[in-house]
Design a protein around this ligand. Structure first.
Ligand SMILES: [Cu+2]
Length: 295
């Protein structure tokens, strides 16, 4: 019996492993069994809430089970206990065992509702990025800066995942959790994401941010995060979490966090690069017409 329970726990821990291992700073030991504390204001609140309610449940469990086990032992039949068949109703007791759980539920609902409202509060964001999910990758568009790009599975992972490929996935760094162009965001800034999709439903998720949001064709969902200022230079990884077809497992999310100054420099460089590429394409499109005119 105990062996089976231990085996079950081990299986559960093994299930939790790949989820927590998505983070760059890998948790170890007991923290593997819990959800990550995360690196955003919201993720920490969600974690604290989870821990508070966990300990409330532990307390209730301890009280209920100790009363139950005590009664089972103290008033057992072999000790001559006789069930009372006369007392079938006690108003006082019923009021008490209704009022106490209601009070506990309300006291848990207050902080939970506060966090929920905060999650939905997308006011005062300083940067807006449109995220579009498609089969199978992500498209990021910095709405105020004219920068847009696709983010697909990195070529190394893609080569190793092919049927008959002679590459050991263990030799590929961040196998299936790396992309060609990561999403670049500034640390310490409230960033708003507008999330949608072009074909089927996808879901944008980074565990360390404590949030995920469905990407639904025809709808625009909102989400925001503010990464801790000291996390500049870190990379966070996630995945699409809505079963979206054959290559659902091959559209990871990678977020490259930079300091606000580095981010602005990157954004300007990228904008100039894309503008130059666009102008080049326009010139190339005009050239054949120019050639026929001359002829
Ligand atoms: Cu997807």
């Amino acid at each position: 019996m105990i062996h089976r329970a231990i085996a079950k726990l081990a299986a559960l821990a093994a299930l939790a492993l790949p989820l927590t291992a998505l983070a760059q700073e890998q948790p170890s030991g007991w923290s593997l069994l819990n959800m990550p504390r995360g690196v955003t204001t919201i993720s920490r609140e969600v974690y604290e809430l989870h821990m508070l309610i966990f300990w409330v449940c532990v307390g209730i469990g301890a009280v209920v089970f100790s009363v139950m086990i005590y009664s089972l032992i103290k008033f057992r039949k072999s000790k001559g206990a006789v069930p009372d068949t006369t007392m079938v109703h006690n108003t006082k007791v019923e009021i008490i065992w209704t009022a106490i759980p209601v009070a506990i539920l309300v006291s848990m609902a207050v902080p939970a509702a506060r966090t929920l409202v905060e999650i939905e509060d997308t006011r005062n964001t300083e940067l807006t990025i449109k995220v579009t999910g498609y089969q199978w990758g992500w498209h990021y568009e910095y709405l105020d800066n004219g920068v847009a790009f696709h983010s697909r599975l990195d070529p190394e992972s893609n080569a190793a995942r092919q049927l008959g490929a002679n590459i050991d996935p263990k030799t590929v760094p961040n196998y299936l959790l790396n992309v060609d162009n990561p999403l670049v965001v500034p640390a310490g800034v409230k960033v708003r994401l507008l999330i949608t999709a072009t074909d089927v439903i996808h879901s944008w998720w980074v565990p360390e941010f404590g949030l995920k949001k469905d990407a639904i064709p025809g709808f625009v969902n909102e989400m925001w995060f503010q990464i801790d200022a000291d996390k500049a230079g870190h990379t966070f990884r996630g995945q699409c979490t809505e079963l979206c077809g054959r290559d659902h497992a091959f559209m990871p999310v990678v977020v490259d966090v930079r300091s606000p100054e580095d981010f602005q420099a990157w954004l300007q460089e990228k904008a100039a690069e894309q503008k130059a590429a666009q102008e080049e394409a326009e010139v190339a499109a005009l050239e054949p017409a120019g050639a026929t005119q001359a002829g």
